[in-house]
Design a binder for this molecule. Structure first.
Ligand code: GLA
Length: 363
């Protein structure tokens, strides 16, 4: 594995980083123009880059110990390079010339665990290009460009939550986001609480195809209800006129938005935990994006002392679960739930609190 200095042959011309995200409430609401409450992860992705001399883009992933190279007019091969290429093309799409680059990528985020390592890479890369080229884009503009890069180059038809979180969230606050207006504000976590995040160890195999199915179901339901987006349905009873499964999908989105608004209004940790439990049940029963492993893991988390509530986080079909816990009890509760989960033959891992984390905090 090469360090940035080894790969770049000296100091970088720009060096930036961005976090992943854990969503606390508001799942599958972003593409319905709704509300959500993500938190940034302590784990981050770093991009160090230098202007190259050979006319190509040469990218190195320290985690994969792998180099990809593509000519300035050509496409990157699939993989981490396509995210980086997408960011370069978005900047070029604004009429800006991007010089040939050597790009070193390193992450402490688990890839494929549902903490949006892709959004972290996109925002870190766009920040590095912004600082290298002195670009006038603000953090929301970066989030929009990152989302377009993901849709067009990684071919994932995502909403904007992950990129907004990677661009604007921090690890000590929840970022309230209105996906329609992109209005956002940082809110404190419920008093005297902290988070537990456990990767279920189950790869999100169906995530892509089922994600697109859910999106089209929501669009079809909005059309049938005569509203632009499901955000505009305020009364869950309206859903009852629809046939199954659209009825259940609308029910989830309307109630999930209401949960986010209640939590953002300020609730104690106990109520917040109840809202998380309700969110999980709704994702399991009405939105149908949970799997047995996530149901087991959230039950085990809820059974630990100090835990207020737990739910799957992210798109579902695998990935991670998040729990809210009394401050000071997260490490023990996380280890307890993990031991019981892995005793059933699973390969979960504790992601937050970060095992053996030094007292180094992001700025
Ligand atoms: C993925 C997508 C997000 C969001 C979540 C579900 O993480 O990238 O835009 O839709 O799923 O809430």
């Amino acid at each position: 594995m090469l360090s940035a200095a080894q790969f770049l042959g000296g100091a970088p011309d720009a060096h930036e980083s961005a976090p992943g995200r854990v969503n606390l409430l508001g799942e599958h609401t972003d593409y319905n123009d709704g509300f959500m409450l993500p938190v940034a992860t302590p784990q981050r992705t770093e991009v160090a880059l230098a202007v190259g001399r050979d006319g190509d883009f040469t990218l190195y992933s320290a985690n994969l110990d792998s180099t990809v190279r593509f000519a300035r007019g050509a496409a990157a091969p699939p993989g981490f390079g396509s995210y980086v290429e997408g960011c370069i093309r978005m900047v070029e799409g604004e009429g800006i010339t991007v010089p040939p680059l050597r790009v070193h990528v390193h992450t402490t985020l688990p890839v494929g665990a549902g903490l949006s390592s892709s959004a972290a890479l996109e925002i870190a890369m766009l920040r590095a290009l912004r600082s290298l080229l002195g670009l006038p884009f603000d953090d929301i503009a970066l989030a929009r460009m990152a989302q377009r890069a993901e849709i067009q180059y990684a071919k994932v038809h995502c909403g904007i939550m992950d990129q907004m979180a990677a661009s604007l969230a921090n690890r000590d606050h929840m970022l309230f986001i209105d996906a329609r207006s992109l209005a956002h504000r940082l809110l404190p976590l419920p008093a005297a609480s902290e988070l537990i995040v456990i990767d279920s160890g189950v790869a999100r195999t169906l995530a892509g195809s089922m994600y697109n199915t859910r999106r089209s179901e929501c669009d079809a339901a909005a059309r049938q209800l005569g509203v632009p987006r499901l955000r505009d349905v305020h009364d869950a009873a309206m859903a009852e006129a629809l046939a199954s499964p659209l009825r259940e999908r609308v029910r989830h989105v309307v109630r999930e938005n209401a949960r986010v608004l209640e939590a953002a209004g300020g609730v104690d940790a106990r109520r917040f935990g109840q809202l998380m439990n309700e969110s999980h049940a709704s994702l399991r029963d009405d939105y149908a994006v949970s799997i047995p492993a996530l149901d087991v893991l959230t039950d085990l988390l809820r059974a630990q002392s100090g835990v207020y509530g737990a739910r799957l986080t992210g798109a579902g079909f695998g990935g991670a679960c998040v729990a809210l816990c009394a401050r000071g009890m997260a490490a023990a509760a996380g280890q307890g739930a993990l031991a019981a989960y892995n005793a059933g033959g699973m390969q979960g891992r504790l992601l937050i609190p970060v095992p053996n984390e030094k007292e180094s905090r992001d700025e």
